[in-house]
Design a protein around this ligand. Sequence first.
Ligand SMILES: Nc1ncnc2c1ncn2[C@@H]1O[C@H](COP(=O)(O)OP(=O)(O)O)[C@@H](O)[C@H]1O
Ligand SMILES: [Mg+2]
Length: 501
Amino acid sequence: MFNSLFNKLTAMFILVTILGFVIMGIMIFMFLGDMVVNEMALNLEKTAQTITDSFLVYDGSQTLYPWLESWFAGTLRSHSQNTQATIWIIDRSGYLWRFDSPDSEYTAMYKVIQEKFERGPTDIRWRLPSDKYYRKIMTGEYDVLREVGDFQGLLGESGQWLTIQKPIVLKPIDGKSVVWGAVFMHKPVPQILASRTYIFQFVFYSSLVALVVCIILLYFITRRMTRPLKEMNHAAQVIAKGEFDQVLDVNSRDEVGQLARTFNAMTSELRNIENHRREFIANVSHELRTPITTIRGFISGILDGTIPAEKQAFYLDIVRTEAERLGRLVTDLLDLSRIESGESRLVMKKVDINEIIRKCIIQLENNITKKRLNIEMIFEAEIMRVRADPDAILRVVFNLLHNAVKFTPEGGNISVFTMYARDGKVEVSVKDNGHGLEPAELERIFERFYKTDRSRSDDRKGTGLGLAIARSILKEHKQDIQVSSTPGKGTTFTFTLERVE
Ligand SMILES: Nc1ncnc2c1ncn2[C@@H]1O[C@H](COP(=O)(O)OP(=O)(O)O)[C@@H](O)[C@H]1O
Ligand SMILES: [Mg+2]
């Protein structure tokens, strides 16, 4: 079930959300408990204050105004109704002067009084069984006392109670205030907490609704997030089978979107590589087939007598040229693929580029003199050291010079320049005054097997791989090669090398 990222994410989100709500619930529950008890205590304290005030009005005047008796009783009644709390008025000797309870508690509280309070033989009034219940408040040191519990065991059987005690202080006559008695208010804690349960239920149900909404949202968000991954997976499988025309529809900017874009770039690159590969194979087979066809044709002609004996030498010479070209083609191809695959490790050395150029010219001496070409070397310094693989660079220079010699008409001029350039480089240029190249030809000149139509007829020996090899070698050296040409006037190839002292 948790094998898919989608399920994992959804499960994790739901878990975290539920955990969040549970923690929040517990905290709210605890906080609410304290809060409602506190709130109620403050409320009861205020009421107790009102009752003491009323008591002070009532007591001492009730003989003058007998109706005050019923007024005070009514006051107590309404206070106990409003607060749903039991009210006792106890005098400083512990006698119960007044008692009232909300209807729901009246009987129970009355029973407590009957059972727990005491009454002397001649006494008609109830009295708290011990002064430990009222001693503290009667000292007058406390403005109010608050307690949560069973009122020191007196209300034990009936659970937890919140008790407020407020002293009734008589107006001082001689400057000394006297505590006449105290107002006691009791309220069952479960009753107070009922409001918490109510609030909590509200929080609980709204959390539940929020949770469901969250889960639904999360479901869609995760699905949205994982959808591109699924698509990519599918596309990758298709690509693995060799179909590179997969394009993902990307519209997000996040990491997944970036991945999808990278993926698209990768497939497009793969597509390019694949197209190149196909084109390359088509080219190679074409290039190989042409000389083979020629060779086979002429040899058959000689064998079956179609070519007369006196012409055989001529055709065999062509066959030899073609066979040589075939051999060169294969060698060049192997070299090129070795260089491009990075198999041929460069052996970097400090070498004098001018020396390499001189060596190339010596190798081409025969062709140069045969075509009566003028060749000049213009070097900025006598010795110019570069960091390069000497054999590889010799091949580059040779290919460029060889082309210049091939494509310059008899009596033409070829110049080779070396000079120091910017960024610690040495620039090498090979310039000829041959027939030049059209812009469209210039663009394709470094492609494998590319030969201009003209050179196909002029130079039957070339393979069209020389410049491709030169560029690959320079690319491995992290250097550049460029060409410029004016049709009819000549061509210049320029490449760079890393200068060293
Ligand atoms: N100096 C040059 N002048 C004119 N054309 C050139 C010159 N160098 C190269 N080319 C053109 O570029 C083509 C590719 O050159 P290259 O890769 O060396 O192959 P190849 O020399 O075997 O023909 C040549 O066939 C020719 O058409
Ligand atoms: Mg060439």
